[in-house]
Design a protein around this ligand. Structure first.
Ligand code: 5CA
Length: 439
């Protein structure tokens, strides 16, 4: 992408209500524009990141055997009246009346809708286990939308729903999601810690929040430091195997959010391993058994011909919240420092003198070579001074910068800069491309 043809409204002005660094940086880099309290337009740079995160989440859900679909944003009130949550959800639910005076709502989550889909088609245990997911916009009329996309009113969530015959099988489905989540966050460059959590309006008795530590996190969290050093299960994990060992490895250590915190149990953690910090909840998984299937009569026939309510769990990831969460974890005084897996572009190519014919030609060739090598590149061929160009590239945080200038051209090299380490080297374009591709 040529910067002169792109839409990158970088700005110096940050509204006073942008209290945390990720919100400030998202506004300054022109990733999002606020349209109302907790409602954002995703501008091109931000949208690229959102899509990259969504894609990684999708790949890891697919790897764990979940099946993608798409449910609507607008739902009928009837389903929620059946489950009993139409009243329970209170003011957080955005209620809408259509022209026929029918009560509708903008979905804050999809347990009811998916249970209705399930009961309409699935009648036999033979179709189980089943895990269906989608990535769709949600609306929650949060009392205090804040921190930009981290607590929005309209936000993008991946939500998956598992269906099993027995509680034991449902726990195995829960464990699959538990492991898939660790792999997902690892690929996003994050250390997410599963913590015992309150189930809130979703319900059920087994639930884990996946928390990344950040000073600006909304909740106080407590955990054993050992959890920070445990590697993710890995992409070669066999999801058909019994994963309870993988889960127990992590749930064996103390980790709890404020609501579930137990001072006495925490005191048993060796003092030098007690982590008391703040965290951002990037995912939340629930096992709630037959809460919805009983209320909504979603049953299956067993091998013996009995009819039983299906066992369910639900599994959410805050896709749009992750954009802010990752910036909280990945920035420095000059701006964002994207992990390469989700960077909006992998390389910022800077032409030092676009008006100089030779420089322009070599830079154009480098741009073509990078594209041909399959590298996502943002090419700054604008006619600005080098200082502001470098600052802007640092601010938007692409993992690599390649600088083309007259001196390098004389020596047959380019300058390659690693945004994270700040390390610069003079290498041939081929070596630069190889280095970028190696990540
Ligand atoms: N139905 C269940 C799981 S699919 C559910 O809704 N869970 S949740 O309420 O915990 O939300 C799942 C994830 O969405 C959260 O972990 C969080 O990362 C994200 N999320 C929740 N509320 C917001 C919000 N107001 N703004 C941005 N992200 C949010």
């Amino acid at each position: 992408m040529r910067l002169s043809r792109y839409f990158l409204p970088v700005s110096k002005d940050v509204p006073a209500d942008a209290a945390i660094i990720s919100h400030q940086l998202m506004l300054r880099t022109g990733m999002v524009r606020q349209n109302g309290a907790g409602i954002y337009t995703w501008l091109p740079l931000g949208f690229r990141v959102l899509q990259k995160i969504e894609q990684i989440v999708r790949e890891e859900m697919d790897r764990a055997g979940a099946i993608e679909m798409l449910m609507p944003t607008i739902q009928q009130a009837e389903l929620w009246q059946e489950s009993g949550r139409y009243d329970d959800y209170g003011k957080e639910m955005l209620r809408i009346t259509d022209r026929h005076e029918r009560e509708m709502l903008f979905g804050p989550t999809n347990e009811e809708l998916i249970t209705d889909v399930f009961r309409s088609y699935v009648k036999s245990y033979k179709a189980l286990p089943l895990n269906l997911y989608h990535t769709q916009w949600k609306f929650r009329d949060e009392i205090r939308p804040r921190f930009g996309v981290m607590r929005g009113r309209e936000f993008l969530m991946k939500d998956a729903y598992s269906f099993d015959l027995t509680e034991e099988a449902a726990r195995a489905s829960y464990n699959k999601m538990f492991c898939a989540y660790l792999n997902t966050f690892d690929r996003l460059g994050l250390t997410a810690i599963p913590m015992q959590a309150d189930t809130g309006p979703i319900g059920g008795d087994l639930s884990h929040e996946f928390i990344i530590l950040a000073e600006t996190g909304e909740s106080a969290v407590f955990c054993d430091k050992a959890l920070l050093d445990l590697p993710a299960p890995g992409l070669d994990l066999d999801f058909e195997a019994d994963l309870s060992g993988e889960v127990e490895k992590r749930t064996g250590y103390y980790a709890a959010t404020e609501e579930m915190h137990d001072e006495a149990a925490f005191a048993d953690v060796p003092a030098d391993r007690q982590v008391s910090a703040r965290g951002i909840e990037v995912g939340h998984i629930f096992f709630f058994g037959t809460k919805y299937s009983k209320a909504m009569n979603a049953t299956v026939q067993t091998a013996d011909g009995d009819t039983v309510p299906v066992q369910m769990g639900s599994y959410g990831i805050g896709v749009s919240r992750l954009v802010g969460g990752i910036i909280e974890a990945c920035h420095d005084e000059s701006g964002i420092v994207w992990p390469q897996s989700i960077a909006p572009f992998e390389v910022g190519l800077i032409s030092m003198r676009p008006k100089d014919e030779t420089v322009a030609k070599v830079a154009d060739e480098a741009y073509e070579a990078l594209k041909a090598a399959g590298v996502d590149v943002l090419y700054d061929e604008t006619d600005e001074r080098p200082g502001p160009k470098f600052n802007r590239m640092d601010l938007i945080g692409l993992p690599w910068q390649i600088v083309i200038g007259p001196r390098g051209i004389e020596n047959g090299v380019v300058e390659l800069k690693n945004r994270k380490s700040g390390e610069k080297s003079e290498v041939t374009l081929e070596t630069a491309i190889e280095t970028v591709k190696a990540g």
